[in-house]
Ligand binder design. Structure first.
Ligand code: NDP
Length: 264
């Protein structure tokens, strides 16, 4: 590390599980960029003080934001892009010339870019998303910006699914958006089905939906990264469906981060 090395952060609580500092420092090295990413462990009640102090650190250029700060930090940002405004959450911030915070959320674009990167397409597709939590909201926003034909939302808590539908309709008045019951959904009218719930993280989790209800030529996407091939994707593969791994959503965010930070 040199005196000129640019410093980036990954702010979280707890901190032990975060992978971004290792990942991004190794990307900086590979790309010959004189920068490091450090883990920053902060309790929510201290977020504002820490952010105000970081504004004073001139070689600190930005950070990735994770649990539990994603929503709270929006209040400290001078500017939020459309994804951050829609989701009410930020996963990257940078500082402008006046050291104001600029916030964005790459989860949705990350999914769309990762999907397109595998030569799967969303334009004119009938999409179903399981989930209405943070990641699902980000993905739903991004896919409705990608000219899909229709969207079906299925979530355990139906009120959250209806809230998401209302927010999306306000942006896309002519788009067909349905909400289905978690115990009674139809999937044979969908081209792409996305698991955006947290089901699949744990070995004991049940499969989020019944793959046998899907069309033979449908694409089954998961956003769970660990394990790489979830029970859902294993089942989908065994039934001959095309599958899409969760890792592409995060991997494709690397390009977006470089553009946002203006470093590659
Ligand atoms: P949230 O806690 O905001 O949302 C969790 C979602 O899962 C909700 O829709 C919730 O339904 C649903 N859910 C949880 N448990 C069950 C269950 N037992 N049965 C049915 N539905 C259930 O989490 P996030 O949206 O932030 O993250 C979801 C997952 O996405 C994470 O586990 C993470 O691994 C993954 N992720 C992957 C990313 C990537 O880059 N690949 C990026 C971000 C997240 P309800 O509303 O009814 O509670």
């Amino acid at each position: 590390m040199l005196a000129t090395t640019k410093v980036y952060g990954c702010i979280a609580h707890p901190i032990d599980h975060v992978k971004a500092p290792t990942l991004f420092t190794s990307i900086f090295n590979k790309k010959n960029i004189d920068a490091v990413m450090i883990p920053i462990h902060v309790y929510p009640e201290n977020l504002e003080n820490v952010v105000n102090s970081l504004k004073l650190v001139r070689n600190f250029h930005g950070m990735t934001v994770t649990i539990p700060h994603k929503q709270l930090i929006t209040k400290l940002c001078k500017k939020l892009d459309d994804d951050a405004l829609f989701t009410g959450a930020v996963n990257w911030i940078k500082f402008d010339e006046e050291r104001n915070l600029i916030g964005t959320n790459f989860d949705g674009k990350g999914f769309v870019n990762g999907f397109h990167g595998q030569n799967f397409f969303l334009k004119d597709k009938r999409v179903c998303i399981f989930g209405a939590g943070g990641a699902a909201v980000a993905i739903a926003y991004a896919i409705t910006e990608a000219n899909i034909k229709s969207l079906k939302i299925v979530n355990r808590d139906k009120n959250k699914a209806f809230d998401l539908k209302e927010k999306l309709i306000a942006k896309h008045k002519s788009l067909r958006i349905d909400v289905s019951n978690i115990d009674n959904y139809i999937l044979n009218d969908c081209d792409v089905i996305i698991n955006a719930t947290s089901l699949g993280l744990s070995e004991s989790d049940k499969i989020p939906f019944d793959v046998s209800k899907t069309l033979g030529d449908s694409i089954i996407a998961d956003i769970i990264m660990q394990p790489k091939e979830t029970k859902l994707l294993k089942k989908a593969k065994s039934l001959g469906r095309s599958i899409h791994y969760g890792k592409y959503m995060i991997e494709s965010q690397i390009d977006l981060v470089g553009q946002f930070l203006e470093i590659w």
